[in-house]
Design a protein around this ligand. Structure first.
Ligand SMILES: [Zn+2]
Length: 226
């Protein structure tokens, strides 16, 4: 009886506080909202984790961004450490011609006194060397904002020697550019794949009039589809 009585008292207490139930509903609602806020905060944190001091994407020595590339490090004086594409959007590929041999380009990019270097150097035989990570800002375009927004590709040869631009070079470079465009969602067109000559404020003329843009873009787009 006592038990029943107690139960009855409890039940009557519960019924009395229809008020209490709605308050409990309110608390559950608040808990759900708090969970939602926590989830949102975690998503924002995951998106912005790289902005926290000392937190960057992991790097491994000798790692390349383009699987077919050989790694030879440029002097750290010729680029600036960054964490692209999170700190700077990458939306341009800049095409250069070295005005010299592959070897001379690789050598000067390793020289801290040179003050410039590109991410990649493509040799006449189609060999691709990466010297600066795409994460980082290479000093190749002679324009700070273009350096920050672009990946620079050097091509062995001279602007006035069309025979330097071999089929192997076009093919290898196009596969590289297609991979870069794919990685960062860059449209494979002449607005986004530019010559050094087109960088605002530059006094450089590369890749020059013998660089076959139509041929190159066709190859980039064909490579893109694979
Ligand atoms: Zn150039």
């Amino acid at each position: 009886m006592g038990t029943k009585g107690t139960s009855g008292a409890k039940s009557s207490g519960g019924a009395k506080s229809g008020h209490g139930i709605s308050r409990r509903g309110l608390l559950i609602g608040a808990a759900v909202t708090a969970a939602g806020t926590a989830l949102l905060a975690r998503e924002q944190l995951e998106h912005a984790w790289w902005r926290l001091p000392g937190v960057e994407k992991p790097r491994k020595p000798g790692e390349v961004d383009f699987a077919r590339a050989q790694w030879i490090a440029a002097s750290s004086a010729n680029w600036r450490r960054a964490d692209r594409p999170d700190d700077y959007t990458i939306d341009r590929v800049v095409i250069h011609v070295t005005q010299g041999s592959y070897q001379s380009a690789v050598k000067v990019f390793q020289d801290p006194g040179h003050g410039a270097a590109a991410h990649y150097v493509v040799r006449k035989d189609g060999h691709v060397t990466q010297m600066i990570r795409e994460l980082d800002v290479a000093f190749h375009a002679g324009n700070r904002s273009y350096n920050e927004r672009s990946v620079g590709i050097e091509h062995e040869g001279f602007v006035d020697r069309p025979q330097d631009f071999t089929a192997a070079m076009y093919g290898a470079s196009a596969r590289l550019t297609a991979a870069i465009c794919g990685r960062y969602g860059i449209p494979a067109d002449r607005e986004h794949i530019v010559g050094h000559v087109e960088v605002p404020g530059t006094d450089h003329t590369d890749p020059g009039k013998h660089w076959d843009w139509d041929r190159y873009l066709k190859l980039v787009r064909a490579a893109d589809k694979r």
